[in-house]
Design a protein. Structure first.
Length: 418
């Protein structure tokens, strides 16, 4: 094996969520489970080089959407970056095996895992802002999204549809549960396991379970494909007597999250970006020179998840907000994400503040067309913490400084609000 290009990297997995609760034990996730057959090497999940050289094998269940959990084999260590993903998994709620054998975008991965950008915590001696982990995201019906993750940052690498396959449940899952072949041969463990997870589903959330079983809750991958769509927008921030550097941090509907600081401003102007769910930026008050951090949430979300919101399946507030992008950029779709937009196609997300740096208006603008973003509200405003560098905000200031101008559409069955 050529070790000249080794990079320390790890791997995690995450499953799309159908609910948004404070108590995660009540949450319902895509029932994905990476399989590893002890007798069939083709029925395992592994990363390879293009020449077939094996790098590592993963095994186990998934973590939460947008966060990820480390399966067996996912711990970080130095080795060449992967070029092929061979993925086999079982969806417990689908009762279906899936397989994906996918060449990976080599240059894109190399850039993400080797290029260091300036980060918010750099002034405080924080970690280098570089990606160091692959996260395999499982959406419904075998839709796979691969992410690169770093310290507080996350970007998509690619997404693909896994194919349905037939596989021996005993050889891929049963033999890892027990070596008692007599038991495995005399019991329908697949049926038993599926029933166990359905019973657990019903116990944790009987209302959603009823809708799941009677067919009134139908899930597919279209919601996740929609949220992956990227649009030609740039950010504009206006406030009286304030300087805005153009720097910002955003969290996005496709669960990307990253900062755009002064070393990336020019490049960012030409990039397509997913719809942001949260934007943080900095304003310097010219009379005093004090630099402030301000954070805007773009639509109503539960207060308890304000620090780190991750989209749940068909969140109605997110869906209403997302329509603004769909209608202003009707030609955009997941299929066009890799096609650069012409300069004339770009629009703006505009945030207007008053003299006290309180949000007055938020809107999406393209040409003469303006779409108000009335669900946006100000979550936090604080001066820079001079002890911790240029970007970190002081703690201890009030949160939820303004409220959305539109009703909250949350269905309490799917999310709690307190």
């Amino acid at each position: 094996m050529d070790t000249s290009n080794e990079v320390e990297w790890g791997a995690s997995t995450s499953s799309g969520t159908f609910t948004n609760y404070k108590d995660i034990t009540n949450a319902i996730f895509v029932g994905s489970y990476i399989v590893r057959s002890p007798v069939d090497e083709k029925m395992r999940t592994s990363f390879f080089l293009a020449d077939g050289t094996w790098l590592r094998t993963l095994y186990g269940s998934s973590g939460s959407w947008g966060l990820g959990g480390t399966p067996l084999g996912g711990n970080p260590f130095r080795q060449p970056l992967p070029e092929i993903l061979h993925l086999n998994f079982f969806d417990r709620y689908d009762n279906q095996f899936y397989q994906l054998i996918q060449p990976l975008p080599k240059e894109k991965i190399h850039d993400l895992f080797t290029t260091v950008h300036k980060g918010i915590a750099d002034d405080d001696g924080g970690s280098a802002n570089v990606y160091d982990t692959f996260d395999i995201g499982f959406a419904p019906k075998g839709w796979i999204i691969l992410y690169a993750i770093g310290p507080g940052i996350r970007k998509e690498i690619g997404s693909w549809q896994a194919k349905k396959i037939d596989a021996d449940y005993i050889q891929t899952i049963g033999l890892n549960q027990t070596g008692n072949l007599k038991y495995l041969q005399t019991h329908d463990i697949r049926k038993e396991d599926i029933q166990f997870y359905l019973n657990d589903f019903e116990t944790r959330n009987p209302a959603i379970y009823k809708r799941w079983m009677d067919g009134t809750l139908k899930v597919n991958s279209d919601w996740y494909k929609m949220l992956q769509t990227k649009f030609p927008w740039n950010l504009e921030v206006n406030a009286p007597d304030a300087d805005w550097s153009g720097e910002y941090y955003a969290e996005y509907a496709n669960v990307e999250r990253y900062e755009v600081l002064d070393d990336q401003l020019a490049e960012d102007k030409t990039h397509l970006k997913a719809a942001p769910v949260k934007i943080g930026t900095w304003l310097t008050y010219k009379p005093t020179g004090v630099r402030y951090y301000v954070e805007i949430h773009m639509f109503p979300i539960p207060k308890w998840s304000a620090y780190k919101y991750f989209p749940y399946y068909q969140d109605p507030n997110l869906a209403l907000y997302f329509k603004n992008f769909q209608e202003l950029f009707p030609l955009c779709s997941l299929a066009r994400n890799e096609t650069p937009a012409h300069e004339a196609e770009f629009g703006k997300i505009v945030l207007d503040f008053d003299e006290d740096f309180k949000i007055k208006e938020a809107y999406l603008k393209r040409g003469k067309t303006i779409r108000p973003l009335d669900g946006a509200y100000e979550y936090y405003l604080a001066p820079q913490d001079l002890r911790r560098g240029k970007y970190i905000a002081e703690e201890g200031h009030p949160h939820f400084l303004t409220a959305p101008k539109i009703p909250d559409l949350t269905d309490p069955v799917f999310a709690d609000r307190d």
